[in-house]
Structures are given as C-alpha cells and as structure tokens.
Design a protein around this ligand. Sequence first.
Ligand code: GTP
Ligand code: MG
Length: 196
Amino acid sequence: MIVKSAEFVTSAVKPPHYPPADLPEIAFAGRSNVGKSSLINKLVNRRRLVKTSSTPGRTQLINFFLINQAFRFVDLPGYGYARVPEGVRRQWGTMIETYLTQRPCLKGLILIVDIRRTPGTEEDDLLRWLDHHGIECRIVATKADKLSRNKRVRPIRQIAARVGLAEEALVLFSAKSGLGLAPVWQHIEDMLGAAS
Ligand code: GTP
Ligand code: MG
C-alpha cells in the first residue's frame, strides 16, 4: 500500500461523535503501552500522526485517521492498565465494546501484543468475544527489536500456541526497524478487500 495521505479526523467517546460510517475502518487494539500508536505511525510513515508516550494509558479516546481518502484507521485506547481506577476501566471497556459492536463499517481489527509477553486471559477473552461477534482479527507481535533473533524463537512459539496460530502465521513487527510492515499491510488489505 502506498500511503499518499494520512490525517487525523476526530476523537470520540460515543457513537454520535464518530465520523459518518461511510468508509471502511480497521481498528487497532492491545494492552496499554504495547505500541499501538507507534505501529500506526510506522504504517503511514508519519512520525507524529498519532501521539505516542512512554506513559501507559496515553490514548484515552477512540481516535480516527483518514488514510488515502479511502479508509480509516481507528486507534483504540489500551486495555489492562492496572493503575486506572476500576470505574474508569469499566468506562473504557464500554467505549471499546460499543465501537466494536456498533460500527457497520468496521472491517477488522489488528490485535497487537508485545513479543516479550505471552498473551493472558484478557487476550483470550477478547479473541473469544471478537469471534462471537464475527469480527475479523489478525494478531501482530510488536517490539520485536527488543529481542535478538535467537531470543525470539521461544516467545513466538508461546504466543502462537496461546492464540491458536501457526508460528509462521504470527506477524512480527517493530516500529523502530520497520520489520513486518509488508505483512501487516497485507493483513489490512485482506480485511479491507474481503469485506468490500
Ligand atoms: P497507549 O496509547 O498508552 O495504550 O499506548 P500505545 O499502545 O499506543 O503505545 P505507544 O505507541 O504510545 O508506545 C509505547 C512506548 O513503547 C513508547 O515509548 C514507544 O516508543 C515504545 N515502542 C512502541 N513500539 C515500539 C517498537 O516496536 N520497538 C521499541 N523498541 N519500542 C516501541
Ligand atoms: Mg496509544
């Protein structure tokens, strides 16, 4: 995919504030601080289209980005950040769930995991929930640059087993080196194409 344009559209909490559902959308989800916003920036080759931060919980709203005037990327707030109060956490859950279930133009979701952390019950629950709602999902393991090639073997095996993928089907990504850009775009194009 050649990205000719990428622009911020709006931030929203509730459906009335979403942009009109007139373009296909790909959503990005994952734990807080996993690297969702960095992955989007790398995909569109803009250093600061999406705000990133070393402080977890930076993205607290649903952010919409228009790509090539043709489709949108949707940066979802990270889940599983322990230091937010329970009430706030529940609100975040509702916000994400509402978007995922009430967005007719949603074509699929990229679930981002950290290569150094085996997915846990939160990811299990999310995957089962997505499957139940018939939402297409592809999994990407990011921050691959944090491990040497040798050190990646075991985590790849563990992550793939946990999410029910063949090892070679798990996409490794690095926002630092650009590793995995083509396969992530391939997943996005598949989801955009399959659903149109
Ligand atoms: P929230 O919006 O808070 O949920 O975080 P996020 O998932 O959007 O993460 P973000 O992209 O803001 O990145 C979090 C931190 O991880 C930042 O300090 C990034 O620089 C760093 N980071 C993200 N991706 C990578 C990567 O591929 N490699 C390395 N080495 N660091 C990364
Ligand atoms: Mg973010």
